[in-house]
Write a protein that binds this ligand. Sequence first.
Ligand SMILES: O=P(O)(O)OC[C@@H](O)[C@H]1O[C@@H](OP(=O)(O)O)[C@@H](O)[C@@H](O)[C@@H]1O
Ligand SMILES: [Mg+2]
Ligand SMILES: [Zn+2]
Length: 176
Amino acid sequence: MKLLILDRDGVINEDSDAYIKTLDEWLPIPSSIAAIARLSKAGWTVAVATNQSGIARGYYDLATLESMHTRLRELVAEQGGEVGLIVHCPHGPDDGCECRKPKPGMLRQIAAHYATELAGIWFVGDTGGDLQAALAVDCQPVLVKTGKGERTLAKPLPPGTLVFDDLAAVADQLLS
Ligand SMILES: O=P(O)(O)OC[C@@H](O)[C@H]1O[C@@H](OP(=O)(O)O)[C@@H](O)[C@@H](O)[C@@H]1O
Ligand SMILES: [Mg+2]
Ligand SMILES: [Zn+2]
């Protein structure tokens, strides 16, 4: 199956060092919304794997997080596309969970949901943790320069990482 897995903050929507704590702070990157719609209309399944330690930190609750994902689904649907499974890690860095990136638990959860293998599947993120999670399960690490991507690019990248300006450029490549 044509499966693409995305990080959320910094790839689909703007990120903030102060976390994305409210629906109003969730600012979609317009070209990313369009890219998801283009891909899904072309037969791609677009899933999302996102760390949301803000929940563990008490910055926002699950209902607020879900309101952001409802908005994401609405915006993509307005362009005729759809978003697949969205999985999040609600835990904090010290919780020792298996789902917080750079651990690959969320990627494995997505693969199990779609009964597919992960090898070679593109995982698009903006941080080193995203790239490490991809490598842990033989996904193709893909870095975009949006969000924290420029900061990530300033440090050595894992060998084989693909780099694109943004998710729109990733979609252009996959749809070419
Ligand atoms: O990029 P994704 O995985 O979708 O989500 C990242 C967010 O959960 C937040 O992750 C935090 O990292 P810590 O969780 O505090 O290490 C910080 O980087 C925040 O700036 C960022 O908004
Ligand atoms: Mg991110
Ligand atoms: Zn977790």
